[in-house]
Each structure stands twice: as structure tokens, then as C-alpha cells.
Design a protein around this ligand. Structure first.
Ligand code: ADE
Length: 230
């Protein structure tokens, strides 16, 4: 997969890509991530990328020209899925991540300032929000999206890091996990996990996943139960 990110703050994104699974996924050529500073494409003599809003009001608005020219500089951008990160977008989910990996090429725009010129929207296919809160810009949101997509690409995770039991993958939150020691500050690991009885362990994990989902995310629980009933 190829991912291009349009941002005014490459320094907010680049360091995160240099660690852990994102780093390995790039080294192993599962993903090619390129960062573009769209200030470089500003035609303004002071390299400005924002301006005051028509009609007045507080704050600055991102201009269309630098964004559109950056998009045009990316080879084969016509065939890419172009994503706008904005709190006004559709809420992001694991399900959406699973559909995004079907694309060979994603282009992601990180907004900044009070907003962007409405005409920018016409150049993008979808708008995504990572939650009902407002970030200072789209960079952290773009990183969350990239991380969640890259780990789902074939062969990015090794067996020991498998994503098949991810919370949400099954429609349920993940079951509780334990590791050594058996007793930590008086708290023991549930006996069933030490039993070596695989069926019982499976059953216990399923029960705990159901319990946890029902308690914390009744919305997901209802959806899951309805799907089972079908
Ligand atoms: N930019 C600012 N806030 C955001 C959010 N919640 N999701 C995506 N992009 C954003």
C-alpha cells in the first residue's frame, strides 16, 4: 500500500513512523508512506497557506491552492482514495479500517486552523473523524488512521501479534489477559487459565468478552447478539 500525507507539520508525523510496527512495515515494503508539506506548494510570496474568511469572523481558513497543487504533484493521485481528516467526518471504526486496506493508495489531508476552504472538499472522496472531540489539527488523527490500517495489511503483524482477537474484530471487546507472575500483590490469575484445558479456556474467554462488552459497550453487545440470532 502507498500512503501520502499532506500536512503543514511533517515533524509531528515523521518521528512516529520511525518506531515499532510502523517502522518494520515500511522496511519490509508492506507500505510506502510519504509526507508532503503543502506549504512548499504555496504560490503566495510569503508562503502563506491560510487567509481570513470571506464574510468575516475569527480565525484563519486554509486556502485551496496549496492543497490542490500538492495533490496534483502526487503520481497516480486520480486512482487513490483521498481522505480528509476532520471532526466533521464520519466516525472512524475498525470496520472502516478493514475496508480501507482494500485500496492500494490512500492520500490523507490533515487540516489546521479554524477550517478549510469549502472548495477543497470536492477533491476528496471521504471525510473521517476519529471521535467527537476537536484536535489542534489532523496529524494525530491521520496517525491513528495510518496505524490502524497498516497493522491490518497482510503479513505486517507476525503470528505472535495476530489481530484476529482484536477488540472489535469479532464484534466484541477483547477478553482479559494475564502474564507472569501467577500472584501479583495478592491478585491471582484465574485458575482456568492455568488448567491447560483449551476448551474451558476458550469458553471462559468468550464469556468474559461477552460480559465486558455488555457492561462497557451495550451498543456493540446488542449488535453482536442480533447478528448471532440471524
Ligand atoms: N481534526 C481535528 N479534530 C479531528 C478529529 N476529531 N478527527 C479527525 N480530524 C480532526
Amino acid at each position: 500500500m502507498r500512503i501520502d500525507v499532506l500536512t503543514l507539520f511533517p515533524q509531528m508525523i515523521e518521528p512516529v513512523l520511525k518506531h515499532s510496527i510502523l517502522k518494520r512495515a515500511q522496511e519490509d515494503k508492506h507500505v510506502d508512506i510519504r509526507i508532503h508539506d503543502f506549504r512548499d506548494y504555496s504560490e503566495d510570496k510569503h508562503m502563506r497557506v491560510d487567509d481570513t474568511p470571506y464574510g468575516g469572523g475569527a480565525g484563519m481558513v486554509l486556502k485551496a491552492q496549496p492543497v490542490v497543487d500538492t495533490l496534483r504533484s502526487i503520481e497516480n493521485s486520480d486512482h487513490a482514495l483521498k481522505i480528509l481528516m476532520t471532526p466533521q467526518g464520519k466516525p472512524y471504526t475498525h470496520e472502516r479500517a478493514q475496508t480501507l486496506i482494500k485500496n492500494d493508495h490512500l492520500i490523507i489531508l490533515c487540516g489546521h486552523y479554524e477550517g478549510f476552504d469549502e472548495r477543497i472538499r470536492a477533491y476528496f472522496d471521504i471525510e473521517i473523524s476519529i471521535g467527537d472531540f476537536v484536535l489542534t489539527g489532523g496529524e494525530i488523527a491521520a496517525l491513528a488512521l495510518i496505524d490502524s490500517v497498516v497493522r491490518l495489511l497482510p503479513d505486517v503483524l507476525h503470528n505472535s501479534e495476530s489481530n484476529k482477537d482484536d477488540s472489535f474484530a469479532s464484534g466484541l471487546l477483547e477478553y482479559p489477559q494475564y502474564t507472569r507472575p501467577r500472584i501479583f500483590e495478592g491478585n491471582s490469575v484465574p485458575d482456568v487459565l492455568l488448567s491447560g484445558h483449551h476448551e474451558n479456556i476458550e469458553a471462559w474467554r468468550r464469556e468474559k468478552a461477552l460480559e465486558r462488552t455488555k457492561e462497557r459497550r451495550p451498543d456493540l453487545y446488542e449488535k453482536y447478539i442480533k447478528k448471532q440470532d440471524k
